[in-house]
Every structure is written in structure tokens, then in C-alpha cells.
Design a protein around this ligand. Structure first.
Ligand code: 6PG
Length: 264
């Protein structure tokens, strides 16, 4: 599906929103296809704008992707032109086993020659989650040189999806789903009894490209609902990710796609 429409605030510029579902057979095929897309996007961004800005997702799915990129591209990409951020983070120290930063360090960043100054982790050591969110927001505004109320445009944002339809740390029926102005907020997640630091929907939807990686049978029911169902985005927040002037690509494997109306 490709839509050419005039988005509010686009200054009358025709914008392009596109959604694609790439169906892969095995998890390995999914990670290989996703790694190729990340490398393609990085190469294109650097050619066009001299740099590549990427926000990593956490959880377990992307670990294989990060390992694959480290194995295949450690010498071929201009890492000094690539800048790393996180689309969400747990409110734990960066050394904690739950930290998305730690996971990315172990699987990718420690294996490639990216300069330390190109890595912008969420400053979760501060005990006040709202201060962490505000500080990370300022980091983004300063890096992109974009003041409120504008939203910086990441070249690529990676997302996973939980079995409840959450992405980043935008969990069903949580306060962050209503945020329209901020880039990053601390979102209270009742089921975990903790704050999570997360990109907001307007920041996600400002991206040039968003990639969802969805693998495994446990994600099949929620993937069907998100791609084909009628429930509200409040209950399945991944439905609310629709880059206004950018690409949305779902990378799904056969197991995750097994309940779609046209399985892999
Ligand atoms: C996190 C992630 C989260 C994740 C989904 C899917 O901090 O946990 O950012 O949004 O992408 O929960 O997690 P899995 O990939 O582990 O299924």
C-alpha cells in the first residue's frame, strides 16, 4: 500500500507513507533479510545525508539480528558515520542483565569499530525515571538540532512486538500512548510495577523508516490482530505505528504469520 497525501505541517509537500509485510520462512531467513535491510538503509542514508541514525529495540528477538550485522558488516560499513540510540529502555543500570543497552553492547556494539561518542544510551542510572526521559529527550533535540514542537526524523527505528501488542515500551492502555508533544517519556507499566523509558508515537511516526521484527508462534495471534483485526490501537499499540512520511516494513517468519489470512 502506498499513500501520497498532504500531511499537516508538511508545508504542502506531498508525503509518502508505505506499509510492507515481508514474509520469511524461518527465523534465520527473517534475521538475514532484516540485516540486509539495515545495511541497505545505512548505506543509502550515508550516501544521501552523510550519516545514519538508528534507534535499536530491546528484548530477545533482535539479538540474532545484531549478531548477524556484527558478523557480516563489521568491516564493510563506515561505522564512524553511524549513530546509535534506543527506542526504549528499562529503568535499570546499564550493566543490568535487563538493560537493552547492555544487550546491544554484547551482541553488536562491542564487535564493531563504532566510536564511543556515536553511542547515545539512555541515562537510566538516575533514580527518577521522569528525569531520565527528559534528559534523553534533550540528548535527541541537541543531536538532531531540532527544537519543540518539531520531531527529529530517525533514518531507521527498529521495533519488536510483545504478545500483548506493545512496541518500544508503549504498553496497552498506558499513559504514554496519549503523548503528542514529547519525544521521550517515562511510562508507568502496571503489570511490571515499574517505569520504562520510551520513544513516543509521534517520534516513532516521524521516522524515515520503521522495521518491526516478529518471530515465533507466540506472536501469531497478536500479529493477526495488529495487521488484520479491528481492535483499537489503545489495546494493541503496535497498530498506532504509521510513519507519516516514511516506510513501515514488517519482517515476520512463518510461525508468527501462521494465523494471518494468507500465511507464509
Ligand atoms: C523491550 C523491547 C520490547 C520488545 C518486545 C518484544 O524493552 O523489551 O523494546 O518492546 O521489543 O517486548 O520482545 P521479544 O523480542 O523479546 O519478544
Amino acid at each position: 500500500m502506498r499513500g501520497h497525501e498532504i500531511q499537516p505541517g508538511s508545508g504542502g509537500r506531498a508525503v509518502t507513507a508505505s506499509v510492507e509485510v515481508r514474509r520469511l520462512t524461518t527465523p534465520q531467513d527473517l534475521f538475514q533479510a532484516a540485516a540486509e535491510e539495515v545495511i541497505r538503509a545505512a548505506t543509502a542514508a550515508i550516501a544521501q545525508r552523510g550519516r545514519f541514525t538508528i534507534a535499536l529495540s530491546g528484548g530477545s528477538t533482535p539479538k540474532s539480528l545484531y549478531n548477524l550485522i556484527a558478523a557480516n558488516a563489521s568491516v564493510s560499513l563506515p561505522w564512524e558515520k553511524i549513530f546509535f540510540f534506543w527506542s526504549d529502555e528499562r529503568h535499570v543500570p546499564p550493566t543490568d542483565v535487563e538493560s537493552n543497552y547492555r544487550m546491544a553492547q554484547e551482541t553488536l556494539l562491542s564487535k564493531v569499530p563504532v566510536p564511543a561518542e556515536n553511542i547515545f544510551r539512555v541515562p537510566t542510572e538516575n533514580p527518577d525515571a521522569s528525569v531520565v526521559g527528559a534528559a534523553y529527550e534533550q540528548t535527541l533535540r541537541k543531536f538532531f538540532a531540532v527544537d519543540a514542537p518539531e520531531f527529529p526524523r530517525f533514518d531507521l527505528i527498529l521495533l519488536g512486538m510483545g504478545p500483548d501488542g506493545h512496541c518500544a515500551s508503549l504498553f496497552p492502555e498506558t499513559a504514554a500512548l496519549q503523548e503528542k508533544l514529547r519525544l521521550v517519556v517515562a511510562n508507568w507499566v502496571e503489570k511490571f510495577k515499574t517505569y520504562r523509558i520510551t520513544f513516543t508515537l509521534p517520534l516513532l511516526n516521524a521516522a524515515r523508516e520503521v522495521m518491526f521484527l516478529v518471530s515465533g508462534t507466540d506472536k501469531a495471534p497478536v500479529l493477526r490482530e495488529v495487521l488484520e483485526g479491528k481492535a483499537s490501537g489503545e489495546k494493541f499499540p503496535s497498530k498506532l505505528v504509521k510513519p507519516a512520511d516514511g516506510k513501515l516494513i514488517w519482517f515476520v517468519d512463518r510461525a508468527a504469520a501462521s494465523e494471518l489470512s494468507t500465511p507464509v
